[in-house]
Design a protein around this ligand. Structure first.
Ligand code: SAM
Length: 273
């Protein structure tokens, strides 16, 4: 009975993604005010700073970085591409993988110009913003593939997608809570993706706090499991991660732009036991 309920919940979740619109999603979340590089309290610069710091800590190292549920975005690997020589992008939806391929192939088909993001991360790295073309080239060079993923499967990627030892590092932003019908599905998904990571490897997890829905397009209301900081910490512990650091951002009122009901964002750096 319980298993049937779980399957129904996951099927309903997958159905809510059928009309996901990458262009609208990018517009809602990755343009000002949420991505205002002139403002210190804008959420995108906050996320980029967390990722920059984590990827530049000596314990985060190795060869292979896997981004779980990339969506149509690349900001989450702009720092990691300087540390890892191979980066795999993944998403459940073909429309999102297509958006990523447009960027990778530089064919002019992208729905967002990532230049300000590249410039901002160059600045964080102490480089001139004009070096952003070098960073773009570096990222294109290290991305080895863009693969389908389902975090609700015990084996989320195709069988031979990763080396047998697993990835050295996972990054995942706003994926698990926005694809899980409830807290136990979120926690299970954390365990499933942990299977892709080598013991001692790191998980850099960014996600929404207190969010019950977001819009993935004009009429595409996607349910989200509302999380607290304590639940994130407990789920990580339950699935065999050691939490190294948790940072929290509280959304300023003018960043609540009617595309979701998020109240805050967490960044967790954790290590697989
Ligand atoms: N990582 C991006 C970001 O930071 O903006 C996108 C996050 S978006 C809120 C959630 C993503 O999860 C979407 O790209 C969606 O296609 C993907 N997704 C939906 N169902 C999934 C599943 N079962 N497994 C993995 N990813 C899924």
């Amino acid at each position: 009975m319980e298993r049937k309920g779980t399957e129904t919940g996951l099927a309903a979740m997958a159905a809510s993604y059928e009309k996901f619109d990458p262009a609208a999603y990018l517009q809602y979340n990755y343009t000002p005010p949420r991505a205002d590089f002139e403002r210190k309290d804008s959420v995108v610069p906050w996320k980029l700073a967390c990722l920059h710091r984590a990827f530049n800590e000596a314990d985060v190292s190795g060869e292979l970085l896997v981004d779980i549920g990339s969506g149509p975005t690349i900001y989450q690997v702009l720092s990691g591409c300087e540390v890892f020589s191979k980066v795999l992008l993944t998403d459940f939806l073909e429309v999102n993988r297509q958006e990523l391929r447009h960027w990778l192939q530089d064919d002019g088909g992208c729905n967002l110009d990532w230049t300000p993001y590249l410039q901002h991360v160059c600045k964080l790295e102490g480089r001139r913003p004009s070096e952003c073309a070098l960073k773009a080239a570096k990222l294109r060079q290290v991305i080895t593939d863009i693969l389908p993923i389902d975090v609700h499967q015990s084996q989320p990627l195709a069988k031979d997608a990763l080396p047998s030892g697993g990835a050295d590092c996972l990054v995942s932003c706003f994926c698990l809570e926005s694809v899980s019908p409830d807290l136990s599905a979120f926690t299970r998904a954390l365990g499933n993706i942990g299977g892709l990571l080598r013991p001692g490897g790191h998980l850099l997890l960014i996600g929404a706090l207190g969010e019950s829905y977001y819009f993935g397009g004009p009429d595409v209301r996607i349910p989200v499991v509302p999380l607290t900081e304590a639940q994130v910490c407990e789920s990580l512990k339950e699935k065999g991660y050691t939490l190294i650091r948790l940072e929290v951002y509280t959304l300023p009122e003018d960043m609540k732009v009617g595309v979701d009901d998020v109240t805050g964002v967490f960044f967790a750096k954790a290590r697989k036991n």
